[in-house]
Structure formats: C-alpha cells, structure tokens
Design a protein around this ligand. Structure first.
Ligand code: NDP
Length: 458
C-alpha cells in the first residue's frame, strides 16, 4: 500500500527505451564494459516488464539498482619475503542492501578492476534475491595475484587488505566470502586479521573453516548447486544427468565440486581447464582422478597440463573446451569464456543444456545464438546461487552459535535450488520453452524492487 500511494505522487512517465537507458548508464560509467554488459543483459528483460507497471517504472527502480550504493577503493601495501614492497588496489562494491546486508565474494586476480567488480556486485544483487535469503549484493577484491606467492606473502597481503576493509564490513552490514583466488587459506588469513583488529569473533566472512564457524558444505555448495540446477532443468523435461557427456571448464572450487556431483549423478565429465588450456579425457574424470586434481590445485598449486602428463590424455594449450562434443556444458572458470564461435560449436555438437557455474561466462551474442537454437541456458545468477545460499546459511548458523550437519545443509541447498528453478519457471515460461535468463532476471528484480518500494526513495 505504502509503495502504491508513493507512486501516485509521481507524474506518469514513459519508460526509457533500452537505448536511452543504456546510453545513460554508459555515460555515467565510462570504460566499464563488463558492468555495462551485465546491466544490458538485465535491462533487456526488465524494461519491457516494468513498461506497464508504473509503481516500478516511475520510482526508477532499475536505474537505482544500476548505481551502486557505494564503491570503496583503497591502497594495499605489502612486502614480499625478500622485503620488496608491492602496491595493489583493493575494492569493495556495495551495490544494494534493500533485502539484507551486502553479501558477495572477494576476488584476487590480476584482471580485477572496478568494472569487473561492479558487474559482479550488480549480478549478486539479483542472485541473492533468488535464494530467498535476506542478503543484499556486494563484491570486492584486488588485482593481487596469489599464484606463485608463498603462504607468508599471501598472509601479509590478506592482513594488509583487511586492515582497510575492516572499516566497511560487519555481520549486519556487509559479509564477504571467497571467489576466484580466494579460498579457504585466504579466508582464514582475512578472518584472523579482522578478529585481531576488532577483538570480536564475528560472522563477518563466510567460507570459514569448520573449526572456526564455517558451514559444512560451503566449499561444495556452488558446484553442487550448479549441478542441482541442471538436474532440475532436465527433470522438468523428464530427463536426467545419468549417462550424459559433460564438458566442464575451470579446475578450481566450482569446477571440481561440479565434477564430483556430476559423477555422483552418473554423468561423465571429459574436460577441465585453467588459464593455460584444457585437458580432454574421454574415459571420464572419475573421483580418484578428481582428488588428484584437487590436490594439484589446492596443495601443489600446479597447472592442468600436468593432468594430461599424469593420466596420459590430450592437453590443448590456450584453448577452451567448447568444441568437445557433449550433451551438457558447465562453464565454471570466468566471465565471457563462451563466445559466439564457442556457441556455434556447442550448437553443432547438439549440446542440450548449459548451467553456468561461473558469473556471466557467456557473451551476449553467444546467449542469443544458444537460445535461438533451443539450448537450455541457466544463467549464473540462478545456477551458481548455491554458494551464496550456503553462505547465507553460514550466517544463520553463526548467529545461532550452532552448526548443522552436512546432510541438513545439503537438503536446504537442494530446496533452495529447486525454489530458484521454480521462480525461473514462474517468470520465464514461454511458448518456445523456458527462458531461464528472463525468469531469473524478473524474479530477482521483483523481490529487490518490492523491498526498495517499501523503504521509500533513498
Ligand atoms: P577458483 O579460483 O577456485 O578457480 C578459477 C578457475 O578458473 C581456475 O581453474 C582458473 O585457472 C580459471 N580461470 C580464472 N580466470 C581465468 C581466465 N581468465 N581464463 C581461463 N581460466 C580462468 O575460482 P572459483 O571456482 O571460486 O570461481 C570460478 C567462477 O565461479 C568465477 O566466475 C566465480 O565468480 C564464480 N562463482 C564462484 C563462487 C564460489 O563460491 N567460489 C560462487 C558463485 C560464482 P587458473 O588457476 O589458471 O587461474
């Protein structure tokens, strides 16, 4: 009621066209292609949706979500083991907290910049809404590259990074987690420094170790959730993952746990990749081989080409795996890793469905081509929401000073992914089939928009 009466105070306005809207966002955010790409993708679905809904349109909800609440940037100075001084840039983008404290990962990778973190924080806002849990959208990180660094160098970097981030986060304000380059080791160092600076043992980061407040199943959650999403999509068509050939990219957290779950459900994963290329193992990457990969990546910190040498299969340097024939594809590495040429390989090879473990892995041209060809495509904001969902469950457990069993967390994760699938159907079912991207965009938007309307023009 409050939202409607508020809208009545505004003159009836015409919704901006997609071009007008995007030109405005482009002018305000020069040199930020990834952010514009993410805003464009959402606006394509939301502008037509709000056109006949003055309550959302006149209060400019979509425009407000496309302007982050704040972007914090800071210097991070740290020393190498030999004393060399390094200067990196740290960021936290707090996009929107209409439905809960800002929540989203930290990425440590040399490619990190403001555009990439703004796109991720923007996507996170819709993703978190889809989980049904009270979490707003944020993202952060640094252009620091942990690769090749000693544990003590990573620790000093994390301590320097947290020395500034501490001023901007808190259990009821902003709760970061991991992302590319930020795993259990980094979260531990960040948490330790936060505790030292504040003298508080708080649920201020998720992805913590189970011995100090971490949720069981958090490491597995994104990869498992991505596969649960695929399972829901196939079940909706009376099909299953069992017996399907699966192509997975990446070999980090999301890729390895997605592979584990695919194996459990009877699919066969034939590829993994990293930034140097991909391996093709037609016999399948079973759980024994997968454990070898996890040890390679987490402990020995090696390259995926070593898999090909060890298990005697092919390695394709500087290539991506999308030309390998498959029934199902799981991009689990990074943004824009499936372009139009890759999409045409997937279509030619009759790939049936894609579940995006990574954020925005598919370029706009590739999305259009895949959708036109009838390939089912679950967007990252729906398909990889399992990670942040279990982060939300970690926050609940921290608040209660309690820990659920793996089974309890996994059951809740399955329910949340089924709920996300239902929301995609509710808003994305079309004559030609389910448009999961549209369904996810509209469902996420409605939840955030209704909260913003209720809270007034702020
Ligand atoms: P990790 O750091 O554990 O693994 C990333 C993997 O992707 C590595 O194999 C890495 O290779 C590869 N990769 C990274 N950048 C590139 C690149 N530019 N080109 C080719 N390969 C690349 O990260 P995560 O598994 O955590 O994250 C993967 C994706 O999933 C990201 O898009 C992330 O935002 C998304 N995601 C992660 C969540 C989580 O809970 N961790 C939650 C939701 C989404 P290399 O080692 O050579 O760099």
């Amino acid at each position: 009621m409050a939202a409607n009466s508020q809208a009545l105070n505004f003159p009836h306005k015409k919704a901006p066209s997609l071009d007008e809207f995007l030109n405005d966002v482009a002018q305000r955010n020069p040199g930020e292609p990834e952010f514009l790409q993410a805003v464009h993708e959402v606006a394509t679905d939301i502008l037509p949706f709000v056109a006949d809904k003055p309550v959302y349109r006149d209060l400019r909800i979509l425009e407000r979500i496309a302007e982050p609440d704040r972007v914090i940037s800071f210097r991070v100075t740290w020393q190498e083991d030999d004393g060399t001084v390094h200067i990196n840039r740290g960021y936290r983008v707090q996009n929107n907290n209409a439905i809960g404290p800002y929540k989203g990962g930290l990425r440590f990778h040399p490619s990190v910049n403001q555009s990439i973190l703004k796109f991720l924080a923007y996507e996170q806002t819709f993703k978190n809404a889809l989980t049904g849990l009270p979490m707003g959208g944020g993202k952060g990180g640094s252009d620091f590259d942990p690769k090749g660094r000693s544990d003590s160098e990573v620790m000093r970097f994390c301590q320097a990074f947290m020395s500034e981030l501490v001023n901007h986060i808190g259990p009821d304000c902003d709760v970061p987690a991991g992302d590319i380059g930020v795993g259990a080791r980094e979260i531990g160092f960040l948490f330790g420094q936060h505790k030292r600076l504040t003298r508080q043992f708080q649920g201020v980061l998720t992805g913590k170790g189970p011995s100090y407040g971490g949720s069981l199943m958090r490491p597995e959650a994104t990869g498992f959730g991505t596969v649960y999403m695929m399972d829901n999509m196939l079940t909706h068509r009376n099909e299953a993952i069992a017996g399907k050939i699966c192509v997975v990219s990446g070999s980090g957290n999301v890729a390895t746990f997605a592979t584990q779950k695919i194996n459990e459900l009877g699919g066969r994963v034939v590829t993994l990749s990293d930034s140097t290329g991909y391996i093709y193992d037609p016999d399948g990457i079973d759980n024994e081989k997968l454990q070898w990969v996890i040890d390679l990546k987490n402990n020995r910190r090696g390259r995926i080409s070593e898999y090909a040498e060890h298990f005697g299969c092919s390695f394709f340097e500087d290539e991506r795996p999308w030309n390998v024939p498959c029934d199902l594809a799981f991009p689990c590495a990074t943004q824009n890793e499936i372009n139009e040429a890759d999409a045409s390989h997937l279509i030619k090879n009759e790939c049936e469905a894609i579940s995006e473990g990574a954020n925005m892995p598919t370029t706009p041209g590739a999305i259009s081509a895949l959708q036109e060809a009838g390939v089912l495509l679950a967007p990252g904001k729906a398909a990889n929401a399992g990670g942040v969902a279990v982060s939300g469950l970690e926050m609940s457990q921290n608040s209660q000073r309690y820990a659920w069993t793996s089974q309890e967390v996994d059951d809740k994760l399955k329910d949340i992914m089924a709920g996300i699938h239902e929301q995609c159907l509710a808003y994305g079912e079309e004559k030609a089939g389910v448009n999961y991207a549209r369904g996810a965009n509209v469902a996420g938007f409605v939840k955030v928009a209704d909260a913003m309307l209720a809270q007034g023009v702020i």
